[in-house]
Design a protein around this ligand. Sequence first.
Ligand SMILES: Cc1ncc(C[n+]2csc(CCOP(=O)(O)OP(=O)(O)O)c2C)c(N)n1
Length: 631
Amino acid sequence: MGVLDRITGPRDLRDLSDAELDELASEIRDFLVRKVSRTGGHLGPNLGVVELTLALHRVFDSPKDRIVFDTGHQAYVHKIVTGRAAGFDQLRQEGGLSGYPSRAESDHDIVENSHASTSLSYADGLAKAFAIRGEDRHVAAVIGDGALTGGMAWEALNNIAAASDRRMVIVVNDNGRSYTPTVGGLANHLTTLRTNPRYEQVLDMVKRRLNGVRGVGPAVYDALHAMKKGMKDALAPQGLFEDLGLKYVGPIDGHDRVAVEQALTQAKRFNGPVIVHVITRKGFGYDPAERHEADQFHGPGPFNAETGEENPKGQVWTDVFADEMVTLGAERQDLVAITAAMMHPVGLHLFAAKYPERTFDVGIAEQHAATSAAGLAMGGLHPVVAVYATFLNRAFDQVLMDVALHRCGVTFVLDRSGVTGDDGASHNGMWDMSILQVVPGLRLAAPRDATRLRELLREALQVDDAPTVVRFPKGPPSGDIETQGKAGGCDVLVRNGTKDVLIVGVGSMAVTAVEVAERLVAQGIGVTVVDPRWVKPVDPALVDLAREHRLVVSVEDNGIVGGCGSVLLQTLNEARVETPVRLHGIPQEFLHHAKRGVILEEIGLTAQTLARRVVEDVTALDAGESLLPVE
Ligand SMILES: Cc1ncc(C[n+]2csc(CCOP(=O)(O)OP(=O)(O)O)c2C)c(N)n1
């Protein structure tokens, strides 16, 4: 029986000897590699925080004390030591452990939002609440150097620093990387703290001088060495944090558990906010991760644990976008690209390799990305801002006021739109087509296949007086679906039999719509399927088509409230079209985690379920029943 098998909760960590704790750290690393190799997940970040997490749970008394993990992707070790090791066989699977902290799973989890840079604000609020309620509880926030580049983190620090007597421990988990190395002035500052050459130089100089003085040299040098920490304080430029009024402890070797524990204990005793700067290595202890240049196994899919080789994925939507950007970059000298710390995941790495001077990694700073893009457009360039759909939520006001109000030609490319599945509620890209509907002048395209992605991206780049958006889902695109004809700007994909049902298939759902049509035709129902391509603004051709049919069905992989279907319904209503309309989309709920296909089944966005519903509606119409009220 290993040490890990004896851990049922954080209290069990307290009685372990140093040797047992070392053994436990190594067992946890083995465990993580074995389990994550089967399910996929955030391996690199968790391998880097093993000693840090053990230290946190030995120094703080969770759940009385609260530990807030920023983003939450690095909480696997926390899950293991809070009694959830057995759940790792089902990590990120339906009904199994979430890939992020989850309040439903454990009292030790408090923040489950996986959008970055929020931990310090949560911690600020918790510390205020404990102070007001007179509760003797500590708050520790763990934030990566990547998450620390987000604006919210600095808004929080500004507030935290102002309350110098409010207790809070802020652990900066500095591995020098987001996915790729963290960029920007802050990252440079952290590097300076980590490897201050002036400090090393002075220490060297002192050593040389003193060693030259026979007899006294080495002894004095040893004494000086003991004062290393003092010298570091004097010489290392911790200015940034201390100038804000925050106590700074560090840098600490994050893989030296004893040193981390000492620093945390010291910080915990202090009656005010303290930054504990911990240096860790992403992927620590697993060679393939440490050597993995792109992201040190930030979030691999299933892989071979022996070799570190990832299972092949085939071509995904991101690859098509990545490839087309390179082509467009050669044609358009004014094309520039922006990523918010996700160069590879959003597919801008190929463009960046070819046009480094036209590529900007702005850090985890979606708001800044949008407004900086507006500035680039004002300066005569055409920016493409590539982000995951869910993270555009952060920049809504910037899209509305800074880009759209100023009629800037900025193209937003939203990867992982629709249901993403395994990462749970906060990662589904189900909000964009609702929130963007309200932005005046914004044009939004949803390609159904790879060819349409290339076409629509090109068309978007032609628009230089308004924001444009191109959104596509996670995973592989289906094979191309040819156009049978045009109706306005829409592609007609199926025209079969009498004009009973008009199906408007948005983006990749157009492919599902074609499958639905096959089922309906088999039952003798006449169907037209259109792919609007540009879903905002609503194509007037849809109004005419709707008028000609007996039933309109819209299908989209976006929240049902305020999405494309609801705007179509509103448009038809204004045009006094009386054809009943049925809306199909994602229920407006926070979805649990599971594979994308499983969720699509559950919410009925499959050809089989949709066809059944349409047949029911047509049967009702045939029977002379009204379909009102609309779903
Ligand atoms: C608002 C937002 N944008 C982008 C992401 C995607 N993302 C997840 S983790 C990560 C990098 C985090 O780096 P860091 O905080 O240093 O943690 P590490 O993984 O290095 O431990 C990014 C960009 C996110 N979660 N939230």
